[in-house]
Ligand binder design. Structure first.
Ligand SMILES: CCC/C=C/C(=O)SCCNC(=O)CCNC(=O)[C@H](O)C(C)(C)COP(=O)([O-])OP(=O)([O-])OC[C@H]1O[C@@H](n2cnc3c(N)ncnc32)[C@H](O)[C@@H]1OP(=O)([O-])[O-]
Length: 303
């Protein structure tokens, strides 16, 4: 299970709320603009590598869980621990999330975690998914998704939870909330995060049809903010972060909080109910059958 965190309403750690204590705004933002030598701190677990450049305050997180960076319980636990570490580190002001696996950003929730397991396991898994979203969507850091591969479902949610999305130009890459294609339903907070990014009409159509959008289309509908060639991705992400960090942290953070608070509050108020709903839904025979057929389809596609 995700380590720390029963997140009490109304003000969980690492999640921004207006009127939070001024010390929170301090981070590296208020330091004088002296030139510091580049200093790097790295920490790596099995599935995620994090490198923090303490002179710029920018961390880069690389998913490295072959074959497809699927969001297993272990992956989510590492993700939450890494986010918590960075959030609590006053030297860190921004986070770039990307993948070390060629052609895949993340394949979304690990389907095997939702198939043939106990109700206790489903509850633990879903709490970890919620935790990941609460930490990322509510982060006080500047967050940029540098999307260097396909990013269906939960992978798309990670990107949507960031402040800015840059995707690599490649006709083979797709992104979207395709849950309906698996016969499952994106929960209300996936939907809200999507609506807050692309607007109601685009989200309604895209969610009902479970669309995976090619990169150009994702850009057109506002699902990604920019499209760049692969070799320019890191440079562009660094430039975007620098632009966002040029503002005083407290103003940016309070504005972010104001924009996201309603959705975060809604989820926190319904967290346990949401877990129960997920467990009930995913345990149904018909849903288990749909997932099994989907996994078969993925395997057939491969052979
Ligand atoms: C209410 C709940 C909300 C749900 C939210 C979600 O996120 S639901 C999730 C929705 N997610 C999706 O719909 C994404 C489904 N996946 C894909 O569309 C493609 O795999 C790809 C485009 C990510 C990569 O294409 P590619 O040609 O590069 O690779 P490949 O296709 O050959 O796969 C390699 C291996 O990885 C396996 N595996 C893949 N994904 C998952 C997974 N999520 N989990 C577990 N395993 C997965 C795949 O079976 C294969 O295993 P094998 O046979 O080697 O034992």
């Amino acid at each position: 299970m995700c380590p720390s965190v029963p997140l009490p309403s109304p003000c969980p750690p690492g999640i921004l709320f207006p009127y939070s204590s001024p010390q929170l705004w301090g981070r590296a933002a208020l330091q004088p603009p002296v030139l510091l030598p580049t200093q790097r701190r790295t920490f790596s677990n099995n599935k995620i590598l994090v490198e923090l450049d303490t002179s710029s305050g920018v961390a880069t997180m690389k998913f490295k869980s072959p074959p497809v960076n699927s969001l297993s319980l272990d992956f989510l636990t590492e993700f939450c621990i890494s986010l918590e570490k960075l959030e609590n580190d006053r030297a860190c002001r921004a986070l770039i999330i990307t993948s070390a696996i060629p052609r895949i950003f993340s394949s979304g929730l690990d389907i095997m975690e939702m198939f043939g397991k106990s109700t206790e396991h489903y509850a633990e898994f879903w709490r970890a998914v919620q935790e990941m979203w609460l930490r990322l969507y509510g982060s006080s850091m500047v967050t940029v998704a540098a999307i260097n591969g396909s990013s269906p479902a939960g992978g798309c949610l990670i990107a949507l939870s960031c402040d800015y999305r840059i995707m690599v130009e490649n006709p083979k890459y797709v992104i979207g909330l395709n849950e309906a294609q698996l016969g499952i339903v994106a929960p209300f907070w996936f939907k809200d995060t999507f609506v807050n990014t692309v607007g109601h009409r685009v989200a309604e159509r895209s969610l009902q049809l479970g669309l995976l959008h090619p990169v150009t289309e994702a850009h057109q509908i506002g699902l990604v903010d920019e499209v760049v060639p692969e070799e320019k991705l890191q440079e562009k992400a660094a430039a975007v972060v620098a632009q966002w960090l040029a503002l005083p942290d407290h103003a940016r953070q309070l504005t972010k909080s104001m924009m996201r608070k309603a959705v975060l509050d809604h989820m926190l108020a319904h967290r346990e109910e949401d877990i129960q709903n997920f467990v009930k839904f995913i345990s149904k025979d018909s849903i288990q059958k749909s997932l099994s057929m989907y996994m078969e389809m993925l395997k057939k596609k491969k052979s």
